[in-house]
Design a protein around this ligand. Structure first.
Ligand SMILES: Nc1ncnc2c1ncn2[C@@H]1O[C@H](COP(=O)(O)OP(=O)(O)OP(=O)(O)O)[C@@H](O)[C@H]1O
Length: 380
């Protein structure tokens, strides 16, 4: 029944590989489709690798899509694994002409890259990065996160990508291509996915860190992204410098608390980013006043730090560095991070969630494209 087989082929165009996030038909994962006279369909599915973690989902979705085609009375799914050549063809196709290991986010890329940095640790940089990414993905943007916070790789936990022991999943590899796990619509890769335990101290020296970041930017299949967020370790150490070298076109978001004393160190992280050619896109103040039941504000960490950092980083610039938002202290934000359920989804009315969503609105409307980019033109 060739017509029915063709209809099944079209229906399978709606089945996505959950890791690669493209239709399995485009990934050449569908083998032979045979339908007998009674309407019994046998569908061949070729997985990328043996033990593919997405196998059950793909098989289930193929079965459902096939069964939904009018005229199909029964479904048999025959699962096999791609040959080495088929796999190589697939990874080449996914790279879209880019050489293996080549950087995906260089100056020619249309992805807007934001490196999220802070002067000191514990100011909520990872919490904001994760929630901001989810808020951007909710707006329909294609978003990825590189968690390069070598000392506190907390992004997988905040996005619920860990098991009961706190371990982040090992990403699937298809040859030398790493498929990033997806949480809340965001593709995530983290140093925490490559260590043996969540409490493992990563005592890597600069060159090792540099290679790891380079590998994340080259080998991880992010596909076409609108926005990539990088969660950097606090301060101005090796990772910040590597990211500055590898992604000079990245823009920087500086996170600080309202504490005036934090302004000096926060300002420094913006200044160092600028020295590598990166532009400071804005400052986010976190842990601002906690609204009290009587309507007053508990300013645990003082006030004014964000505005002060923005003011200092604006000095001598053509356009001022904006204070993008002041995110209040929020028990729900902290609890959502601990539970792996970002509050921009679970509690969007919370004032902290609303502040983070306003940052997402600002970044989303800046859009994707070449505006503000150096075009490399010269006038002779
Ligand atoms: N606005 C907020 N209100 C309440 N708790 C917050 C807020 N922002 C962050 N936190 C909490 O503060 C702690 C530190 O946050 P987070 O890990 O995001 O900081 P960080 O700057 O990324 O730290 P580091 O870079 O040192 O790993 C977490 O427990 C987080 O849930």
């Amino acid at each position: 029944m060739p017509d029915l087989a063709a209809a099944i082929g079209r229906a399978l165009g709606g089945v996505l590989d959950p890791e690669i996030r493209k239709p399995i038909t485009e990934l050449d994962m569908v083998g032979d489709v045979v339908v007998d006279a009674a309407g019994n369909a046998t569908v061949g599915v070729k997985l990328t690798i043996v033990g593919c973690p997405a196998a059950d989902t793909i098989e289930r979705d193929v079965r459902a899509a096939t069964a939904a085609v009018p005229g199909v009375t029964g479904v048999e799914v025959e699962v096999s694994v791609m040959s080495r050549d088929e796999r190589r063809a697939l990874t080449e196709k996914l790279r879209g002409g880019r050489a293996a290991r080549a950087q995906q986010f260089g100056p020619d890329s249309l992805t807007t890259v934001y490196a999220v940095t802070s002067g000191k640790g514990g100011v909520g940089k990872s919490t904001l990065t994760a929630n901001l990414a989810v808020a951007l993905a909710e707006r329909g943007l294609r978003v990825g996160i590189v968690d390069a916070d070598v000392h506190g790789f907390s992004i997988p936990g905040i996005l619920g990508l860990v098991d009961e022991n706190g371990n982040a999943p090992r990403p699937t590899r298809v040859d030398d291509m790493i498929l990033p796990p997806v949480a809340y619509g965001v593709k995530v890769v983290s140093i925490g996915m490559f260590v043996d335990s969540p409490s493992a101290a990563v005592a890597w020296r600069g060159p090792m860190l540099h290679r790891t970041i380079q590998q994340f930017l080259g080998d991880v299949f992010f596909g076409d992204l609108d926005i990539l967020l990088l969660d950097l370790p606090p301060g101005t150490g090796d990772v910040a410098i590597s990211v500055g070298q590898l992604l000079p076109n990245a823009e920087v978001l500086v996170v600080t608390t309202p504490q005036p004393a934090a302004a000096d160190v926060a300002e420094r992280s913006g200044v160092v980013a600028r020295q590598t050619g990166q532009r400071v896109a804005g400052v986010i103040e976190n842990m601002a006043g906690l609204p009290q039941p009587d309507g007053s504000m508990l300013e645990l960490f003082g006030s004014g730090g964000g505005a002060e950092v923005a003011r200092r980083l604006s000095a001598g610039q053509d356009s001022p560095v904006p204070l993008l938002a002041s995110v209040p202290l929020s028990i729900a934000l902290r609890a959502g991070g601990d539970a792996g359920a970002p509050i921009v989804v679970t509690d969007p009315a919370d004032p902290a969630a609303a502040a983070i969503r306003s940052i997402a609105d600002h970044l989303a409307t800046r859009g994707r494209g070449l505006s503000g980019r150096k075009l490399g033109l010269s006038v002779s």
